[in-house]
Design a protein around this ligand. Structure first.
Ligand code: 3HC
Ligand code: NAI
Length: 679
């Protein structure tokens, strides 16, 4: 048995399989071998990531488990029921044949950990299903079902769970080893030479240079296809040895960080399911929250101020499901189920029986206060009372109500049915049971929770508020918004800060940054560009015009507005000549203050672990995951000392408080500790 709970290949599992196969090969009574897991739901989910250590030398690839299995003189059939990933699939491909249940999940997700398949996956998979499909599986990192694997001939036979062993035995006994061609040496499923040239030319353009593991996987595949499987294994080993260690470290850190966020001390088990949610406000966020609930089988009661707004809100939700149906993202049954679970109201009728209510009305304190006063009257005494406020101090919303222990921040990110993060905010009164309920809701919505204590902006908006400030600061010192966007795109963000502002809406941005400036005025940059844009009705994509026009650059249109902003800032001296700014300069000026603010959040003890901020930045702000998250990026790619020195230099040069390293960061640098250490 491997490492629990996913049957990962530990060194123990590897040696015990090798031992058993060797014994079976020697035993004249044994005709064939079946490799099957004793852990339900998991064939093998890959190598044990907790055992990963940086390699100090290359090894002989023929000593790897799959090669050992492939060397067996007796047939070995892998009987797969459940997850068969990474080293698990590589092990199965080393077997003579494979039987699987239709719903098993097979894949090579190694690139997601910054490494490449290192047990022959880059060699055997292309030879079993062709290079095109094999590279697709590696690059998307998404597993396929047993049924799809059978269609691709990766799996030889399909059967139901209860017939797995008998089917595998039958197949194993039917194999004639004298006619068997090892996966590593198959030629028949590889594409033709001409096709391969085209495929490789396309893949050359596809691999992301910022993620070296992609290029290395491609190199290994190419080597095998051109020089043969045996030499390919050696090439794979070399590429594996040379993987970019910081990227691997960052991605592996994130793997465990994502799984740690729901572990909150003293939170009891929550044994109930949340079956019904009331959503107050059917606008952008309320609509998205309702869709997220409906998609996951939760009944929704949507409340609006009047029938007109209610109808409009319900219509938007219905249209989303209609479009999903048309695009075949859901079937008719799922469509009907979702819409049957949706009701609308303009009163609080029926709220008495709801399990949870999420308020998503306008960002106005008094309005929110009055909603919660109503909720305290109309909901039952166990109902979870959530607010989706993005900036308002949650303590202030219900300071005088006796339901304070049930009030919790449930902060979704726009679009709420798409973004994978749920920020859960606890006030000083929120009970542990309600935190457990919030975690349960995130699980039912298939979102990753990050629990944070109450403060203005919570985790994500708070740590990222200097990002916009630093962007405005640079524009006022002569760096063009499009140049900044390009640098941040090159860093790995989907879009840069100015394009993002257009998407979110500049009026919303002004409101949020005013809130943040109010709370953290010492380190805010009082740039005027956004306000000037709003005054000119350039509100972003919703009106077709912002920093960009219909998503396209508008150099001329914004030139005077940039000048106006610089004038209001008294035309500060540029930090250096425009064209002397490298991408790295711009990226650091925008992102190091975010790292600094994240460190302040740690210093103020607002999160349960530093790595929660990494997860929050990746899932809430689309911070590039291959950089490990905002704090991990600084830690792994710069180190605490260098991060401190760079920030301190910027602070000395500019006098801007946002660059002044906070106490926690300084302590980490002084004590030679990582920023993730929490000290
Ligand atoms: N090694 C060690 N621990 C692992 C692990 C692995 N390969 N995969 C999962 N775990 C741990 C998780 O950290 C978690 O631990 P925790 O309970 O202490 O937090 C626990 O197992 C359960 O994991 P999940 O919460 O992710 O469970 P799910 O049921 O939601 O998902 C899964 C199961 C889809 C298998 C998911 O865990 C997964 O994707 N695992 C990683 C798969 C992977 O990347 N495999 C490739 C490994 S690298 C490799 O094989 C190299 C090879 O080429 C040599
Ligand atoms: P919106 O303006 O699109 O929708 C608000 C809706 O609330 C309107 O339809 C309005 O009619 C309704 N409403 C007002 N008072 C009501 C009441 N008493 N009862 C029922 N409905 C009422 O606003 P949006 O963008 O959806 O924001 C809602 C909340 O979510 C705000 O607190 C905002 O800060 C927060 N938020 C917004 C994000 C965004 O990207 N838009 C992201 C995360 C949070």
């Amino acid at each position: 048995m491997g490492s629990k709970p996913v049957n990962a290949v530990s060194s123990h599992l590897k040696s015990s399989i090798e031992e058993k196969v060797s014994e079976a090969n020697k035993d004249t009574n044994v005709k064939a071998i079946v490799l099957m897991s004793a852990i339900p739901g998991f064939f093998i989910a890959g190598a044990d990531i907790t055992e990963f250590k940086p390699k100090t030398k290359t090894e002989d690839p023929t000593t790897r488990l799959p090669s050992r299995l492939e060397g067996s003189t007796k047939p070995i059939v892998a009987a797969i029921d459940g997850f068969c990933l990474g080293g698990g699939l590589e092990t199965a491909m080393g077997c003579t044949a494979r039987v699987a249940t239709p719903n098993s999940r097979l894949g090579l997700p190694e690139l997601n950990l910054g490494i490449i398949p290192g047990w022959g996956g880059t060699q055997r998979l292309p030879r079993l299903i062709g290079v095109k499909k094999a590279m697709e599986l590696m690059l998307t990192m998404k597993p396929i079902s047993g049924k799809e694997a059978h269609d691709l001939k990766l799996v030889d036979q399909l059967c139901e769970s209860n017939q797995l062993l008998s089917t595998a035995i039958q197949l194993a006994l039917s194999i004639d080893m004298s006619k068997n061609i090892k996966s590593l040496h198959r030629q028949d499923r590889l594409e033709s030479k001409a096709e391969l040239e085209q495929i490789f030319a396309h893949l050359e353009k596809m691999v992301d240079p910022r993620q070296p593991q992609q290029r290395q996987a491609l190199n290994a595949v190419k080597a095998g296809v051109t020089r043969g499987g045996d030499e390919g294994l050696v090439a794979e080993e070399e590429e594996s040895f040379n993987v970019h260690k910081p990227t691997a470290k960052a991605l592996q850190h994130l793997f465990f960080a994502e799984r740690a966020t729901s572990k909150i001390p003293n939170v009891p088990a929550y044994n109930k399911k949340i079956n019904s949610v009331g959503v107050i406000g059917g606008g952008t966020m309320g609509g998205g929250i309702a869709i997220a609930c409906l998609e996951n089988g939760i009944k929704v009661t949507l409340k609006e101020v009047n029938q007109k707004f209610l109808d409009a809100g319900l219509e938007r939700i219905k249209n989303t499901f209609k479009s999903k149906l048309e695009r075949k993202r859901i079937n008719q049954k799922q469509f009907d189920a979702a819409l049957n679970n949706l009701t609308g109201t303009v009163s609080y009728e029926g709220f008495q029986t709801l399990d949870c209510v999420i308020e998503a009305v306008l960002e106005i304190v008094d309005l929110k206060k009055s909603v919660f006063k109503d909720l305290s009257k109309h909901c039952n005494k166990e109902c979870i009372l959530g607010t989706n406020t993005s900036t308002i101090d949650i303590e202030s919303i219900a300071s005088d109500l006796d339901c304070r222990d049930r009030i919790i921040g449930l902060h979704f990110f726009s679009p709420a049915n798409v973004m994978p993060l749920l920020e859960i905010i606890r006030t000083s009164h929120t009970s542990n049971e309600i935190i457990a309920a919030g975690l349960q809701l995130s699980k039912q919505l298939r979102k990753t929770p990050v629990v944070v204590k109450n403060c203005v902006g919570f985790a994500v908006n708070r740590i990222f508020f200097p990002y916009g400030g630093a962007a405005g600061f640079l524009v006022d010192r002569g760096v063009h918004p499009y140049r900044i966007d390009k640098a941040l795109k090159n860093f790995g963000f989907g879009v840069g800060p100015f394009r993002m502002s257009d998407i979110v809406g500049l009026d919303v941005g002004v409101m949020t940054s005013n809130s943040m400036k109010g709370a953290y005025s010492d380190r805010a940059y009082d740039g005027q560009l956004k306000q000037i844009m709003v005054d000119q009705k350039r509100l972003g994509d919703k009106v077709g015009r912002g920093y960009y026009v219909k998503g396209k650059p508008d150099e001329e249109g914004i030139a005077d507005l940039i000048k106006a902003s610089q004038n209001r800032a008294n035309n500060p001296k540029p930090l250096k000549n425009q064209n002397e700014f490298t991408d790295a300069d711009i990226q650091e000026i925008l992102l190091l203050p975010v790292v600094n603010e994240a460190c302040r959040v740690v210093q103020e003890n607002l999160v349960y672990r530093v790595s929660d901020l990494d997860v929050a930045s990746v899932m809430g702000m689309n911070f590039p995951r291959f950089r490990g998250g905002i704090v991990a990026w600084a830690d792994v790619f710069l180190g605490a000392k260098k991060t401190f020195e760079k920030l301190d230099r910027l602070y000395q040069e500019t006098g801007m408080e946002m660059f002044k390293p906070c106490e926690y960061l300084k302590k980490c640098a002084d004590n030679n500790k990582s920023l993730e250490s929490g000290l």
